[in-house]
Design a protein around this ligand. Structure first.
Ligand SMILES: Cc1cc2nc3c(=O)[nH]c(=O)nc-3n(C[C@H](O)[C@H](O)[C@H](O)COP(=O)(O)OP(=O)(O)OC[C@H]3O[C@@H](n4cnc5c(N)ncnc54)[C@H](O)[C@@H]3O)c2cc1C
Length: 284
């Protein structure tokens, strides 16, 4: 894990309100694992005070220059504009300086190559699933279920399809793919592939529904949580979630940034979803 100043290589809007940014990032291709994230700080202004966490979409190498130097490594992040930090990010251009801390957190366990796998992504939750799909050995036994409110939320479909992973799209308003929730597709796929391991990232209500369906089918589930996060390294405890077996008498907290963001479903106390995370907004 390193903190360093680096530069933006490109930053493009790929769907209304969604951007894909390529960042010069030496060392990441060898180090970063699917499901890990970076903490991103814009150099331009004091606010926002805190770094912002973003999943690593992919790593790679730029085409070599003709100068005999080794090819340069990059990472890509894909982000949705939701507030101050991401509003500043959308105006960044090639060559702008930023600060990157990472790669951070616990990534996905890739499992055995001969297992069926079902990846479920809701909206921006599709981001960490790309690197996961890329790293899976047996793509022919992997299916990706993409869900969003409207067609604008279904991002990077072509990239996933190019990997050779079977892809299913659903939108709540029916503007792309099947009309309805991605979880209804999951229910059907688990009936067809009852031995599958499920990997999911998306909004909490979606993860909650995915967890219930997987529990009914006794399907192993790994989830990537996008809790509110301030430091990213386990120091501030701002991103703790309740672990399985938590009670007032025996409190059990897990730090999303250090012990996650990827958890096995049985490590978590799913009742906590009834208590929305508090965002005081005061120090952001
Ligand atoms: C491990 C991890 C990986 C993430 N990966 C991605 C990613 O790949 N792409 C992406 O677009 N976003 C991702 N996020 C969420 C992203 O960090 C937030 O959207 C971002 O910090 C918002 O910053 P902001 O300054 O624009 O918004 P703020 O001004 O900080 O907040 C604007 C609004 O968004 C809400 N918000 C902020 N952070 C979160 C969050 N984590 N979850 C839910 N609501 C939030 C706030 O409560 C507030 O209502 C990830 C978060 C985590 C913890």
């Amino acid at each position: 894990m390193k903190n360093y100043k680096t530069i933006v290589l490109s930053n493009q809007e790929i769907s209304p309100g969604y951007y894909r940014m390529q960042i010069l990032a030496p060392g990441y291709d060898a180090q970063a694992r699917a499901g890990q994230f970076v903490m991103f700080r814009v150099q331009r202004s004091l606010p926002p005070l805190l770094r912002r966490p973003f999943g690593i979409f992919r790593t790679g190498f730029l085409a070599p220059d003709c100068d005999g130097m080794p090819p340069k490594e990059f990472i890509e992040i894909v982000y949705k504009v939701v507030g101050l930090g991401t509003e500043i990010m959308q105006d960044l251009h090639q060559g702008d300086q930023i600060e990157l801390l990472g790669p951070l957190g616990r990534g996905f366990d890739l499992g055995a190559p001969d297992e069926d796998k079902i990846l479920v992504g809701g909206g921006i939750g599709l981001v960490p699933l790309y690197m996961l799909a890329e790293k899976l050995d047996n793509k022919a036994r992997s299916r990706l279920l993409m869900g969003g409110r409207t067609r604008d939320d279904i991002i990077t479909v072509t990239e996933f399809e190019r990997l050779g992973v079977e892809t299913y799209v659903s939108t709540e308003d029916g503007s792309l793919g099947e009309e309805g929730l991605v979880t209804q597709v999951l229910e059907r796929k688990l009936q067809k592939y009852p031995q599958a391991t499920v990997y999911a990232c998306g909004p909490m209500p979606m993860l909650d529904a995915v967890q219930r369906i997987c529990a009914n089918h006794k399907a192993p589930l790994q989830v990537s949580l996008e809790a509110l996060m301030a430091c990213g390294v386990g120091a501030c405890l701002g991103c703790v979630v309740k672990g399985a077996g938590h009670s007032e008498e025996t409190p059990r907290y897990l730090c999303t940034c250090k012990q996650g963001p990827v958890f096995n479903a049985e490590e978590l106390d799913w009742r906590q979803l009834d208590e929305p995370q508090q965002d005081c907004g005061g120090c952001r």
